[in-house]
Design a protein around this ligand. Structure first.
Ligand SMILES: *Cc1c(COP(=O)(O)O)cnc(C)c1O
Length: 417
């Protein structure tokens, strides 16, 4: 019997195999048919330290023995209180309030609603959101609205709200982005939402720290709220705890999710400045922040996140990341001279190349061909069109990195043949 499961971003009509994974450990996934798969993309960017980190698994087990789930409107619990305090201690000082939700997409929805609530409650309603070309912020309607338009959301386009789009600050064209932001800010938008330093789903597109710093400064000058979507970049992915640190940028609103629990269990937070919180603070119920989801601040998920924060506080995580960065750099350099490789780039633990042979269109043939090629080599790699990127868990060992880069080299050879 075929499976009744409807998978995300999967065309079931193509009949591509869907491996059944039974267990995981470190940088590896194990399948029912006995294969060991190297997880070269951290299970879609979530797994930071490695699969089934013992401290995180222990925290989940311990919390499961105490409190599973409670309503979070008007009630609280120790794991959420500890986590909020831990985040405030770890993240930029201006971010003094923590709102919980369950996914990266909802953390962005919350950020947008906070921004609009801020302006409305100040009696100065503003609704326009500025975004960057090629951005990705999630798959709910609001998150899609502030992300790139394309085949992914064509069917829903009539429901998506209008935004102001800044051109991507490609090398040599950075000033155009800043000029566009400066111009757009004159129309008093509510906020700018950006992926700091690197656009993930848009194709692992890297832009310089000084552009991020300038964008932040322009927003500050015009009183436009600056929302940093660090759902992918947070928790060390780019070499620092937050990508914003590399530009000395402190956002007004910060979205965190993927690595918040080390990638073990769903949880998200939207952190905000005191000014945004205070705009909602009143004895008037009509000014409260109108958002909740059933599992807001689930205690077991918060316990997993607390274990992640403890790992960050007590273990040399940034050193591990710097070491992985160096080990990836060597292997990328070896690949960069290949005739089929274009635009080799790296930011922290993330490396990416384009394989020259195709149009770069997500639905072009090279992507699925590469996906199958890597799957047959027992590698979890998921190219974005002809962009092949590597984003492994921080615990990955040299042997596994060698397997990944050898397979990418072979894929380049065949593209070139
Ligand atoms: C993955 C991602 C999201 C969406 O997160 P989900 O948990 O998949 O909803 C939002 N923003 C960025 C930058 C992401 O990479």
């Amino acid at each position: 019997m075929t499976s009744p499961v409807w998978h995300p971003f999967t065309q079931h009509g193509l009949g591509e195999p869907i491996p059944l994974v039974t267990h995981s450990e470190g940088a590896a996934l194990h399948t029912e048919d006995g294969r060991r798969i190297v997880d070269a993309i951290s299970s879609w960017w979530v797994t930071t330290h490695g699969h089934r980190h013992p401290r995180i698994m222990a925290a989940i087990a311990e919390q499961a023995g105490k409190l599973d789930q409670i309503i979070f409107a008007g009630w609280t619990h120790e794991p959420a209180e500890t986590l909020a305090r831990g985040l405030i201690a770890m993240m930029p000082a201006a971010l003094s309030r923590v709102f919980f939700s369950d996914s990266g997409s909802t953390s962005v929805e919350v950020a947008l609603k906070m921004a609009l609530g801020f302006w409305t409650n100040r009696g100065e309603p503003r609704h326009r959101i500025l975004v960057m070309e090629h951005s990705y912020h999630g798959d709910t309607i609001g998150a899609m609205s502030v992300g790139a338009r394309g085949v992914f959301n064509r069917a829903y386009a009539p429901l998506l709200f209008d935004v102001g789009t800044l051109p991507f600050p490609a090398a040599g064209r950075e000033q155009a982005t800043l000029d566009a932001l400066e111009a757009a800010c004159r129309a008093a938008p509510a906020a700018l939402v950006v992926e700091p330093m690197i656009l993930g789903a848009g194709g692992m597109l890297v832009y310089p720290a000084w552009v991020l710093a300038e964008m932040r400064a322009i927003c500050a000058r015009h009183g436009v709220l600056f929302i940093a979507d660090e759902v992918m970049t947070g928790w060390g992915r780019t070499g620092t705890l937050l990508a914003c640190e590399q530009a000395d940028v402190v956002p007004d609103i910060l979205c965190l999710s993927k690595g918040l629990t080390g990638g073990s269990i769903p949880l998200a937070v939207t952190m905000a400045t005191e000014a945004i919180y205070e705009a909602h603070l009143s004895d008037d119920r009509a000014r409260m922040f109108f958002h909740s989801s059933s599992y807001t601040a689930n205690p077991i998920a918060c316990a997993a996140a607390n274990a992640n924060l403890a790992i960050w506080r007590e273990e040399p995580v940034l050193e591990r990341i710097a070491d992985l960065e160096g080990r990836q750099r060597q292997r990328l350099a070896a690949l960069a001279g290949h005739a089929a490789v274009r635009n080799a780039r790296q930011l922290g633990t993330i490396t990416a190349i384009e394989i020259a042979a195709d149009t770069g269109d997500y639905l072009s043939n090279l992507g699925p061909h590469l996906l199958a090629f890597f799957r047959d080599k027992n590698l979890l790699l998921r190219p974005l069109g002809n962009t092949v990127y590597v984003m492994p868990p921080y615990c990955i060992e040299d042997g596994d990195l060698d397997l990944i880069y050898a397979a990418i080299g072979e894929a380049c050879d065949s593209a070139n043949a």
